[in-house]
Design a protein around this ligand. Structure first.
Ligand code: CDM
Ligand code: ATP
Length: 305
């Protein structure tokens, strides 16, 4: 196999609670994470030169070891003594520094892709371990689906049945948020409203999207909304325009809304684009990871996952 094509999908946090802080500054989390349909497309290709090359459609995105996708390829090459080089092409669609784990998703996809491209046959658990050395969201991005994430984000429990299907509108203000700064500014022991994680798990088990909408919660909103009050206005607009619930994802600034009807989601997206002069508004949906899905070959011999 010379080339592999991958979809690196974005995540949303249906709940995000902080329950403590470790001596090293990292926070103890309890969050329900969910993959959505929006993805970056990544092609990995073997090249004869003993190096990693990275190209993307975003001119200002770093193409060296500052890029998490580059780092993933390098980690696999050095750990497993791979002599061949790799070209990474990223067609970026997930907004950057948005709370959607775009960089983490690219990184995870490259780990999965290198494992296949070089027939390393590493189990998913090993890929999740390698992922954690590069970022706390990355093990989840290797796993994907509906997952309860605890610890600093790396203790993962699959949730069965997964989140019920619904439409998701993502709306990102044209500002970038630093995850590190948000956590540094969080007064975790003064947070008054913690999300009801158990309640959310029960609502998901019932397949009750309206109840899920009422139970969405993210304590990082207490930091990011005062920085960008328009986030609260976007949430309100989503609710006025038919969302069952709306919440900031991760450290923000992206707001997501859950919709049971595709038409209403499309209409809300149209209104949001206009009302807040936002370009980054997407209508997507809950993504379910296919169970036991076999690798598929495209007609030209490339692999798809
Ligand atoms: C906000 C979330 O996206 C929710 O899913 C994640 O918790 C953040 O995941 P991430 O972007 O992969 O974060 P990392 O790259 O591991 O860490 C960025 C910074 O966030 C802070 N951080 C991260 C995770 C955590 N449990 N506690 C923290 O305080 C640390 O200061 C760290 O320097
Ligand atoms: N492949 C990549 N795609 C996007 N950003 C990347 C990538 N590699 C490194 N980065 C850097 O990572 C930083 C955060 O980008 P990212 O899009 O992952 O943020 P995020 O969506 O807030 O992530 P999270 O939700 O995990 O906190 C940016 O400053 C960006 O320059």
């Amino acid at each position: 196999m010379e080339e592999i094509r991958l979809k690196a999908r974005a995540k949303i946090n249906l709940t995000l609670d902080v329950t403590g802080k470790r001596d090293n500054g990292y926070h103890e989390l309890q969050m329900i994470m969910q993959t959505v349909g929006l993805y970056d497309e990544i092609v990995l290709r073997k090249i004869p030169e003993n190096e990693i090359r990275l190209e993307s459609n975003v001119s200002w995105l770093p193409a060296d070891n500052r890029n998490l996708a580059w780092r993933a390829a390098e980690l696999m090459r050095s750990t497993y003594d791979i002599k061949e080089g790799v070209l990474i092409q990223i067609d970026k669609r997930i907004p950057v520094a948005a709370g959607l784990a775009g960089g983490s998703a690219d990184c995870a996809a490259v780990l999965v892709g290198m494992n296949k491209l070089f027939s390393l046959k590493l189990p998913a658990k090993k890929l999740e371990e390698l992922a954690l050395t590069m970022g706390t969201d990355i093990p989840y991005c290797v796993r994907r689906g509906t997952v309860l994430a605890e610890g600093v984000g790396e203790v993962l429990t699959n949730i069965e049945p997964p989140c019920p299907f619904c439409y998701v509108v993502l709306a990102k203000l044209p500002v970038s948020v630093s995850t590190a700064k948000v956590y540094q500014s969080l007064k975790w022991d003064q947070v008054e409203h913690h999300p009801d994680t158990k309640g959310m798990l029960a609502a998901m088990a019932e397949g009750d999207v309206p109840a899920m909408g009422r139970l969405l919660g993210n304590v990082l909103e207490t930091v990011t909304i005062p920085m960008y009050p328009k986030i609260a206005d976007i949430k309100e607009s989503m609710l006025e325009n038919g969302a069952e619930g709306a919440l900031m994802s991760g450290s923000g600034p992206t707001v997501f809304g859950l919709f049971t009807k595709q038409e209403r989601a499309k209409e809300a997206a149209k209104i949001l684009r206009k009302q807040f002069a936002m370009r980054d508004v997407f209508v997507t949906q809950i993504y379910h990871v296919p169970h036991g899905k076999k690798e598929r070959r495209t007609t030209d011999g490339r692999h798809k996952i």
